[in-house]
Design a protein around this ligand. Structure first.
Ligand SMILES: [Zn+2]
Ligand SMILES: [Zn+2]
Ligand SMILES: [Zn+2]
Length: 788
């Protein structure tokens, strides 16, 4: 019996609190503190009522936040005192499920410490079992087939629980209470090793040992992981990694590495405490870290690149294999270049034929492909006190992060006729998003929509998002580029559903995406620098300064346009863009012009001059990414690129080398800021004085490192001048160019020093992977605001 001082509280907990072991945790806590009441799932969080002595209720509230399971994230905790009801027990109410729509679908989480202990304990019944999991960890999104998140709605539906597992599953005090994907060797999935033709080689533990042995011998093994197949090869021997490169037709783009432990990451890389925290986090992403010169890794892992993508095992299967291997391995997406990741073992035999020498597979189906996420962590520039000390940039948002909703600012929390909005993203690094009320759920990384397989995967992701969220879009948003496969699809879908289609300009979407994740609204100066986006005038934009709000934008300034001789070819061959820049400052002298590190074959130079003279097949662009390309080629850092961003990365790394070698910070090249042509408002950033200065520097033998540093300093100075002209306090830094840590830090530092409030990305990628979020919020405002 409770005495008269009993307090009863109603507590609403929002955030990542479903599917992370929160209910059993609350149950145990309430029992420990002798509180009565109950807990139940609600649409977007948990509802708790607790009753007991005032001090105990207070302790309960405190420990709800401090002792929560590691993977849980409490966003808001709302409490209200309600009349006491008496009672002596605490219970967990079953989820109602019926008609209750939830936006909270838990992401996949790395194996927790408790499970790892069991995995290594010979007396445990799940000793060395590659599929052990509990409420605190394991697959969720990658095996969810419908909502609510209950076992029949997962790909574990076909595995009946044995009596031992069932007891755990039904015991409210157990760590596996309602852990939907639990299994054990008696009732769960199993691994099997296939040869390259799909013939059984070994099963169980033997399959794991044999797979590890093959990798040690330099063979390529396709491993069915959590969200799809990965291709594994020993990261030590040069020829093994080269073989994977040539079979995958991926000549230069860096491979991610899986390490057995943090210690082994440290042996090969310089690791900051923050980077280590992310490596060990439940999201367990690939973290870009600086490679040690003495690292015992094949150069082919990340040729010419001072960074490598490192990750730690995230599943029991990965732990077991790495325990055997005890050395870093390449673990890259199981696909041919740029195709979506393979998730089905039969399909793997076909699509990875000729790449993998063996297949380590299992019989737990994967519901949808989910790639590994990629992040970069680095110190922010010296900033005003209130700003975070670290930048975390998500380069690829997938496993561990998706489908975590992004909460929008207060201004978005009203009913809108446009809601829900489906946004289909761009063309490269495609993602899809659904906006409902005050939240946006972004899909996992789909990839480049250049192949039939990728477009099919994209359509599946669109269907999937609607089905999982149980919503039908009332508005569809897409890029303004009429020929993007995503835009074509959006037009068809909008017509079929008879809902409005809102095409959103590419760079406006980039800016809105960054605003949305910071929950800000009103007018900002958006600096959107990337490789290419379709402009309002039909030209290729990419060096843009927009005065923007969710409702619309004006183009306040942009780079002086230059031609891309040969169009698409210029994107792969920066040597062409360099020719265009030189043509603009020296005209007919260009075909005979030679520079110390820029010497195209004479006939190519003549042919480029012809294209530039006539403009044939040579579209105009204002792209900052292409300006980086031009500088990369002029300085001899990169004349020809095999993946997007390669040339720009070479310029970044050169500037970084200049910084590390010490000396005075390089003075920036100056650029002119001119009023635009009379028909248009705004400013033009004229890069010609800079290119002339680069040519002069090359002639006197300046290093590529110095030129790269002066280039970065120059574009940041002109950024500052434009920001002063615009006169808005808030500045957004967005677009693929801001994956460049050197540029981002310098820009943040200079702008903050000059009194601007600077925003950059941390929840959505700055690259085109973030477009869907921006499209969604712009379209949500579209129905209520002026047209864009
Ligand atoms: Zn666990
Ligand atoms: Zn079992
Ligand atoms: Zn872009």
């Amino acid at each position: 019996m409770r005495d008269s001082i009993a307090h009863r509280l109603r507590v609403e907990v929002d955030g990542t609190v479903q599917g992370v072991g929160f209910r059993p945790f609350v149950y145990r806590l309430a029992r420990e503190l002798e509180l009565a009441g109950w807990i139940s799932n609600k649409s977007d969080g948990l509802l708790i009522e607790v009753e007991g002595e005032a001090g105990a209720v207070e302790t309960f509230l405190h420990r709800l936040e401090t002792d929560a399971p590691a993977s849980a994230r409490v966003e808001t905790l709302m409490t209200a005192v309600i009349p006491a009801q008496g009672g002596i027990s605490f219970s967990i109410c079953p989820s109602t499920g019926s008609g209750q729509r939830t936006l909270v679908i838990p992401p996949d989480l790395a194996t927790c410490l408790d499970c790892r202990r069991e995995l290594a304990d010979p007396t445990d019944r799940r000793f060395r079992y590659p599929f052990l999991t509990c409420t605190q960890c394991g697959p969720r999104f990658s095996l969810l087939t419908a909502i609510p998140y209950d076992r029949p709605n997962t790909t574990m539906a076909g595995f009946g629980l044995c009596s031992a597992c069932r007891t755990e599953y039904e015991d409210e005090t157990d760590r596996r209470f309602h852990a939907e994907p639990i299994a054990c060797p008696a009732c769960g999935p199993h691994v099997i090793l296939w040869d390259e033709e799909g013939r059984d080689v070994a099963g169980g533990d033997e399959a794991l040992h044999k797979a590890a042995a093959l990798i040690r011998e330099g063979f390529i093994v396709a491993v069915k992981g959590l969200g799809g197949f990965q291709l594994w090869v020993d990261a030590g021997p040069e020829e093994a990694v080269q073989r994977l490169r040539s079979r995958k037709r991926r000549p230069d783009k860096p491979f991610a590495l899986l390490f057995p432990s943090v210690e082994s990451v440290r042996a090969s890389c310089v690791l900051s405490p923050e980077e280590e925290t992310f490596l060990r986090s439940p999201q367990a992403p690939i973290v870009l870290v600086r490679k040690r010169q003495e690292a015992d890794l094949a150069e082919a892992v990340s040729p010419g690149n001072p960074y490598i993508g490192a990750m730690l095992p995230a599943t029991p299967l990965h732990y077991l294999l790495m325990e055997d291997l005890q050395r870093p391995v390449v673990a890259t997406s199981g696909n041919r270049s740029e195709e979506p990741i393979v998730i089905d073992e039969r399909e793997a035999l076909i699509r990875l034929k000729g790449i993998a020498d063996a297949f380590l597979v299992h019989n737990r189906p994967i519901a949808r492909p989910v790639d590994d996420s990629v992040i970069r962590v680095f110190p922010a520039g010296p900033e005003p006190k209130s700003k975070p000390k670290m930048n975390v940039v998500l380069l690829r948002r997938a496993r561990g992060f998706v489908p975590q909703a992004i909460r929008l600012g207060e201004n978005m929390r009203q009913g809108r006729t446009s809601d829900p909005v489906l946004a289909v993203g761009g063309h490269l690094k495609n993602t899809v998003a659904m906006l409902c009320g005050d939240r946006v759920v972004m899909s996992q990384h789909v990839g480049d929509l250049s192949t039939v397989e990728a477009v099919l995967a994209f359509r599946q992701v669109v269907d999937d998002l609607q089905r999982l969220l149980q919503v039908a879009p009332q508005t569809i948003a897409c890029d303004r580029h009429p020929d993007y496969r995503s835009s074509v699809f959006a037009r068809e879908l909008a017509a079929a559903l008879s809902v409005p289609l809102v095409p959103v300009q590419h760079h406006h979407a980039h800016v809105a995406s960054c605003m949305a994740e910071h929950g800000i609204d009103g007018e900002v100066l958006g600096i959107a620098w990337d490789g290419a986006g379709y402009g309002l005038d039909g030209q290729i934009w990419g060096g843009e300064f927009l005065i923007a709000s969710y409702e619309g934008f004006t183009r306040f300034a942009h780079l002086r346009p230059f031609r891309l001789p040969g169009g698409e070819a210029a994107m792969r061959e920066p040597i062409r863009t360099a020719a265009a820049l030189l043509w603009d400052i020296m005209g007919e002298e260009m075909p005979a012009h030679r520079l110390p590190r820029w010497k195209p074959p004479h006939n190519q130079q003549v042919q480029l001059a012809m294209l530039l003279r006539t403009g044939v097949a040579s579209p105009w662009t204002t792209s900052m990414g292409r300006l980086f390309d031009g500088v990369a080629s002029l300085t001899g850092l990169c004349h020809s690129a095999s993946f997007e961003g390669q040339a720009a990365m070479a310029v970044e790394f050169a500037a970084e080398r200049a910084r590390q070698s010490g000396g005075d910070p390089a003075a920036g090249y100056s650029m002119d800021l001119r009023p635009g042509p009379s028909t248009a408002k705004g400013w033009v950033v004229d890069w010609r004085p800079m290119v002339s200065a680069i040519v002069d520097d090359l002639r006197v033998g300046s290093s590529a490192e110095l030129i790269a540093a002066r280039f970065h300093a120059g574009i940041v100075e002109v950024m500052l001048r434009v920001a002063r002209e615009a006169g808005l306090e808030r500045v957004i830094l967005t677009g693929g160019c801001f994956q460049n840590a050197y540029l981002l830090r310098l820009a943040q530092h200079r702008l903050a020093e000059a009194g601007f409030t600077v925003y950059s990305h941390c929840l959505a990628p700055p690259n085109d992977g973030g477009l869907s979020l921006g499209q969604a919020v712009v379209a949500a405002h579209h129905a209520d605001g002026p047209s864009i």
